[in-house]
Design a protein around this ligand. Structure first.
Ligand code: SF4
Length: 231
């Protein structure tokens, strides 16, 4: 059974240029201190899922109004039955955007090879040096992120990279390191952290506008296409 923890029935922002809905899948292998979706990450109420039949009925009914489905989490690629889930969505004629933390490159490559994903949004949690500490992941998981990144840079599927910056996790020089690391990327966005109830680290704060601009300029040394988003 697919662990659909939530459904946002309409978004004009999440899938660039498309009218879409969002499906939130439970579970995540990272523990980012600024995560906005901890209830979905921890998946602590196991029976608390949206019925799959309800979800697919919804998609059938909205097929003349919605163009895409954003599949997010948590980490959607953790779900063993993700291939079947995306096949069913694609079978109804929808475009699929996948949000991922990058820790399942093999699944990502396979789903792209099978034309089950149209757009990927990969999180870049921090500079390589600070990655493990920022995402509370293992060095091996970080290697997997590098593999996912290298795959996206090949350009076999449309994609964006994005970093949510929070103080004191990210500095201007971290962003410069990120720029150096991801140079050649098609799209890259810097998003500002906003505190919300349930965020694991309550001491984190958003970054001031001056510093955000400095971060952007630092990335732009390597990546002219970098932009601030939602600020
Ligand atoms: S990878 Fe995403 S969903 Fe998982 S803990 Fe980090 S921010 Fe939350």
């Amino acid at each position: 059974m697919m662990k659909i923890k939530g459904l946002s029935k309409l978004t004009l922002l999440d899938y660039p240029g498309k009218v879409a809905c969002i499906a939130f899948l439970g579970g995540c292998d990272f523990r980012c201190p600024y995560c906005h979706n901890m209830e979905i990450v921890l998946d602590s109420v196991p029976e608390d899922y949206i019925d799959e039949d309800y979800f697919f009925d919804f998609l059938k009914k909205r097929s003349n109004m919605l163009e895409g489905v954003c599949v997010t989490g948590g980490e959607p690629l953790m779900s063993g039955d993700i291939t079947e889930f995306l096949s069913r969505i694609k079978g109804l004629g929808y475009l699929v955007k996948l949000d991922t933390n990058g820790s399942y490159p093999e699944r990502l490559k396979e789903l792209v090879a099978n034309s089950l994903i149209d757009y990927v949004a990969l999180d870049i949690k921090n500079s390589p040096k600070k990655y493990v500490k920022t995402a509370f992941c293992t060095p091996l998981q970080f290697q997997k992120v590098e593999e996912s990144l290298a795959f996206l840079l090949e350009g076999k599927v449309d994609y964006e990279l994005r970093t949510t910056v929070a103080k004191p996790l990210h500095t201007v020089s971290d962003l410069e390191e990120i720029g150096r690391w991801i140079q050649g990327a098609k799209r890259y966005y810097i998003q500002n952290f906003a505190y919300r109830e349930g965020v694991p680290d309550r001491t984190l704060t958003s970054v001031g506008m001056d510093e955000l601009q400095m971060m952007l300029q630092a990335v732009k040394k390597y990546l002219q296409t970098a932009e601030l988003r939602g600020v």
